[in-house]
Design a binder for this molecule. Structure first.
Ligand code: FAD
Length: 323
């Protein structure tokens, strides 16, 4: 009878898709083993989180808000999650393997003195839990278990598929147990470094560029199309290793895993390590001048042409359609 708690991450009211993916996967396990899925939300307005959590399989949603939890504060959030676990004894606490989740996971595990497993890409239950995670920079995977009664696990975004069960989560507030006077730091506001750009792992559309763009100055072609489509811009590792763009753009085994409705790959050969991060995209469009490039084996639509001819035309046409 495993009970699985899932942290619902939000920034400025924007709820992270990874939470719904974790709820979906957790619900499959609890349905098969007579357990429950509990969403945990920290912040001021839990209404959207409550609706979405029920839709993706949470039986209950536990919420805590107030002055010290309205903006992300590592110390306050860590204390709140640890207190939630102490009082409700879930077998697992799942968090997204995001900047926030990577910060919180070890902190909560240390407070609970329990096992902490990071960057999981698989989860099974057969009397006990087993998690799959990449090691050695993604060269191989390891299956791990934890021997503590509660385990904190961070899950890589887009590792699990979404599954709507269309239910309703019963809402309950909980005492986060935070003494504001004891907090060592107060967060006044959070400024996003991405300056309003779409986050890769959350994006519905991704445009990525590979070594075929030839140089850093041409990444603007990728960004222009991405901007016109309201998409996030990604890159292959070749482009990141050459320092044409920042690592935060890398898609693949050692970068980010994306799961958009549309993935456009321009000048990317389709190495297995790149495919590992994007092959679950619903529709893949590849632009490559080599008709034998492996990317065409996974592409739904292929354009065999020079990306320097195709991208400006595509951007113009999308621009016209969008008015
Ligand atoms: C342990 C490990 C982890 C890795 N992790 C990742 C990862 O996370 N992500 C990742 O991407 N890679 C990763 N790699 C690297 C991966 O193996 C490939 O080397 C890399 O993906 C190649 O990038 P690319 O497709 O941009 O470059 P290339 O393989 O050089 O392909 C460039 C493509 O552009 C095409 N092209 C050239 N000019 C044009 C043009 N004008 N118009 C259209 N097409 C053109 C070419 O035909 C070619 O297909 C990893 C490798 C290892 C060993």
């Amino acid at each position: 009878m495993p009970n699985i708690a899932v942290f619902i991450e939000q920034r400025d009211g924007n709820l992270k898709k990874v939470a719904w993916q974790m709820l979906s996967e957790a619900r499959k396990i609890t349905d098969a083993n007579d357990g429950e899925v509990w969403a945990v939300f920290l912040g001021d307005d839990a209404s959207a989180a409550t609706t979405e959590a029920g839709k993706y399989g949470a039986h209950k949603i536990f919420t805590a808000g107030g002055e010290n939890l309205s903006t992300f504060n590592s110390e306050a959030y860590g204390t709140a999650l640890a207190n939630f676990c102490k009082n409700n004894n879930p077998d697992l606490l799942l968090l997204g393997s995001t900047a926030m989740g990577k910060d919180l996971g070890p902190k909560v595990a240390a407070k609970l003195e329990c096992g902490c497993i990071s960057d999981a890409v698989g989860m099974t239950f057969d009397g006990g839990f087993e998690f799959r995670r990449p090691i050695f920079a993604g060269k191989c995977f390891v299956d791990v278990t934890s021997s503590t009664s509660c385990t904190v696990v961070s899950v890589r975004p887009n590792a699990f598929m979404l599954n709507e069960v269309g239910g309703t989560a019963a809402a309950e507030s909980f005492d986060a147990g935070i003494d504001g006077g004891n907090l060592k730091a107060i967060v006044k506001s959070v400024e996003a470094a991405t300056g309003g750009k779409v986050e890769l792992t959350e994006a519905e559309v991704v445009v990525s560029g590979g070594r075929g763009i030839k140089g850093p100055e041409n990444y603007a072609l990728i960004e222009k199309l991405a901007e016109t489509l309201g998409a996030a811009s990604g890159a292959s590792r070749a482009v990141v290793d050459a320092e044409w763009v920042d690592y935060s753009h890398q898609v693949g085994q050692t970068g980010k895993t994306v799961g958009p409705n549309l993935y456009i790959a321009a000048g990317i050969s389709g190495a297995i390590q790149h495919l590992a991060g994007m092959s679950s995209s619903k529709c893949i469009v590849a632009i490559n001048k080599d008709a034998n490039a492996p990317i065409f084996k996974v592409a739904d639509y292929g354009i065999v042409a020079d990306l320097f001819d195709v991208l400006p035309v595509l951007t113009d046409e999308v621009g016209k359609l969008k008015g």
